[in-house]
Design a protein around this ligand. Structure first.
Ligand code: HEC
Length: 144
């Protein structure tokens, strides 16, 4: 059985996204000597419910509510993203776990025109928010 990485105390705090990103950067810089042959990733795990869903709630809900083609509202939002074929850009996946560059969601957040309009339509997330979403996908787009 694979041991689960324990949540960092930082994760329990309801910090704004910017503060979280600053914390990530600090923990990166402040990390002691890397363990030889160990996991090179020193960053705390991104939480879907604690870090990602609040971004959706604040930026995507008006257009991606319960009745839309892609619901990003609390209930089941992750299940509508991870491993789900894009409605507009098949056969690409909305979110390909572990691979942001292959994820329609991520490509739309960075404004890659290959997948239509940048999201949120008419605006953009902050660099820090986009970085958190990218980290979540890289970590396997977990349901945590
Ligand atoms: C002003 C309305 C609006 C907002 C706000 C908005 N979207 Fe969208 N979104 C759309 C429309 C319209 C489409 C369909 C056209 C397209 O694919 O570009 C879409 C499509 C998408 C798709 C592609 C779905 C698929 O299956 O092809 C994703 C992923 C997406 N949005 C994510 C987001 C995220 C994440 C946010 C918030 C950060 C967001 N959107 C905010 C209107 C919006």
């Amino acid at each position: 059985m694979k041991a689960r990485i324990p949540a960092f105390p930082l994760r329990a705090l309801a910090l704004p996204v910017l503060a979280l990103a600053a914390g990530l950067a600090c923990s990166d810089r402040g990390d002691p000597v890397s363990p030889v042959g160990g996991d090179p990733d020193p960053l705390p795990t991104v939480s879907y419910s604690g870090d990602i869903q609040p971004i959706w709630n604040g930026n995507c809900a008006p257009c991606h509510g319960e009745n839309g083609g892609l619901s990003l509202s609390e209930a089941g939002s992750r299940a509508n993203l991870v491993g789900v074929v894009s409605a507009g850009y098949a056969p690409a996946l909305r979110v390909a776990a572990g691979d942001p560059e292959s994820s329609v969601l991520y490509r739309k957040l960075i404004g890659d025109e290959e997948f239509g309009d940048r999201m949120p339509q008419g605006g953009a997330l902050t660099e820090a928010e986009i970085a958190v979403v990218r980290a979540w996908i890289e970590e396997g787009a977990r349901d945590n």
